[in-house]
Design a protein around this ligand. Structure first.
Ligand SMILES: [Zn+2]
Ligand SMILES: [Zn+2]
Length: 271
């Protein structure tokens, strides 16, 4: 995880760790008690991990070297390396931003005609003027994938629930952590950030996740492919009326040119 790796490198002295913990301690209890149902399922929790690590550093302070504690070497906190930035300000911002991000609601009306990407770029440019095009948080590629293409049990499980759960899972897994990474980058480049634009940006990114060209199956409850038992977003329909993942069906046709369900011959031939 890029964000986490960037946050945790270098090797501060024990005195410096004390100093960091002193300045950040008033924010730690709240941060450590934050809960987020979505993230806790995903396992992608850069910010939370950061706070948990702070607490483990704290526990390791004293006679024991923090570098040996928990078997994690090279522990450092990156705001230490941002000139003019106070760790406590950074932690306050990230804590509040995370609470806001976790409280955002999907759009009630998905407007496919509005250019959400343009809005994301505009807002991102305000807080991070020279960003790379790859920095723009979006989940477009996933719209043309089947859930089992992604190699994530969590995404596959959420996809099978339907009713947009797949999109919500992508938001949790990819978009949120991307936003946290960008916020860190903005702090590092431009110093202290305010929540106003970041909140608008986060909502635009969430809206953008929903505005991708999803098949209707994502918003209903997708059928399961009877070959691989995974949900189907883009079922390939045979002329006998049965749906399968195209990939699964082609593999089956290599073995037998019949429908895997009803054994009709040449199932992909147009009737
Ligand atoms: Zn399949
Ligand atoms: Zn059939």
């Amino acid at each position: 995880m890029v964000f986490q790796e960037r946050m945790l490198h270098g090797e501060p002295t024990e005195a410096r760790l004390e100093e960091i913990l002193q300045s950040g301690k008033e924010y730690l209890p709240r941060a450590m008690h934050m809960t987020d149902q979505n993230s806790s399922k995903s396992g992608v929790e850069p910010i939370k991990s950061h706070f948990l690590l702070l607490s483990s550093i704290k526990a390791g302070l004293g006679s024991q070297s923090p570098h040996r504690h928990g078997g994690r070497p090279n522990i450092s906190i990156i705001p230490d390396q941002i000139p003019g930035v106070h760790l406590s300000d950074f932690i306050t911002f990230m804590t509040q931003f995370r609470i806001i991000v976790n409280g955002l609601q999907p759009p009630e009306i998905i407007d496919l005609h509005t250019d959400t990407e343009q809005r994301i770029v505009e807002l991102l440019t305000k807080v991070l003027s020279h960003h790379h095009p790859l920095d723009i948080p979006r989940v477009r590629a996933f719209a043309s994938f089947e859930p089992n293409d992604v190699s994530s049990d969590y995404l596959e499980q959420e996809a099978s629930k339907g009713k947009g759960a797949f999109i919500q899972a992508l938001w949790t897994l990819y978009a949120k952590s991307n936003l946290y990474r960008l916020a860190y980058k903005a702090w590092k480049r431009h110093g202290p950030q305010t929540l106003t634009t970041w909140t608008l940006l986060a909502q635009a990114v969430l809206d953008g996740c929903y505005a991708e060209k999803w098949p209707d199956t994502v918003f209903q409850v997708p059928d399961v492919c009877s070959i691989c038992l995974s949900p189907m977003h883009w079922p390939e329909e045979t002329h006998c009326g049965h749906g399968f993942h195209l990939q699964c069906l082609l593999q089956h046709l290599d073995v037998s040119n019949t429908c895997p369900l009803c054994r009709a011959p040449n199932p992909l031939r147009t009737p």
